[in-house]
Design a protein around this ligand. Structure first.
Ligand SMILES: CC(C)(COP(=O)(O)OP(=O)(O)OC[C@H]1O[C@@H](n2cnc3c(N)ncnc32)[C@H](O)[C@@H]1OP(=O)(O)O)[C@@H](O)C(=O)NCCC(=O)NCCS
Length: 156
């Protein structure tokens, strides 16, 4: 277990964020899959060695939000930095007025993680525009969760 804090991302965090995203092939920004990241709705987990994880969202309508990217450096997975980044962005999206949160995900284990811990259900799928995430999976599974039914972060 490593000590870390989760904060809103700062422009100075960008190199460390890209290093973490690169470990999951999610660093192609700007690109058709991820034109840009709004730092004010992106969170980073910082530990003594730098950025350990990244997670964000964007509003897509007055009552709807979509996640942007989520990744934890492989050295720190299972910490639970990923769960807390996900809870942070769910709480922030809900506070911004979102009632639903949509997430595109490729890895079956992570899709199950979203369903099991955060109330997501599958609502569709779509082709990837280019290599992004797992290069062996060419479609996104689209997931959606009801933020109004979510009871909030679990204790650490
Ligand atoms: C999805 C991801 C962010 C989760 O981060 P995390 O910090 O490992 O999250 P958690 O600590 O909550 O653990 C997730 C699960 O993996 C398990 N796990 C434990 N050790 C692990 C390890 N070394 N590596 C991966 N998973 C591990 C945990 O036990 C946990 O399962 P549980 O809920 O049954 O306890 C991370 O796996 C990741 O960066 N994956 C690659 C990028 C990705 O798929 N992002 C999502 C795109 S939509």
């Amino acid at each position: 277990m490593t000590d870390y804090v989760i904060n809103t991302a700062d422009p100075l965090d960008w190199p460390g964020m890209l290093c973490v995203l690169q470990t999951a092939n999610l660093h192609h920004i700007p690109s058709p899959e991820m034109p840009g990241l709004a730092l004010e709705t992106t969170f980073v987990a910082r530990n003594g060695e730098g950025i350990a994880g990244v997670g964000g969202f964007k509003m897509t309508g007055p009552k709807a939000a979509k996640t942007t990217l989520l990744a934890v450096h492989p050295n720190y997975r299972g910490s639970p930095i990923g769960r807390q980044l996900q809870e942070q962005r769910m709480a922030a999206a809900k506070a911004a007025g979102a009632e639903t949160l949509t997430t595109n995900c490729d890895l079956p284990a992570v899709i199950n993680w979203y369903k099991r811990l955060f109330g997501y259900r599958e609502v569709g799928n779509l082709p990837k525009l280019h290599s992004f995430g797992d290069p062996d999976i060419d479609r996104w599974t689209t997931l959606e969760t009801d933020l109004m039914a979510w009871s909030g972060p679990r204790s650490a």
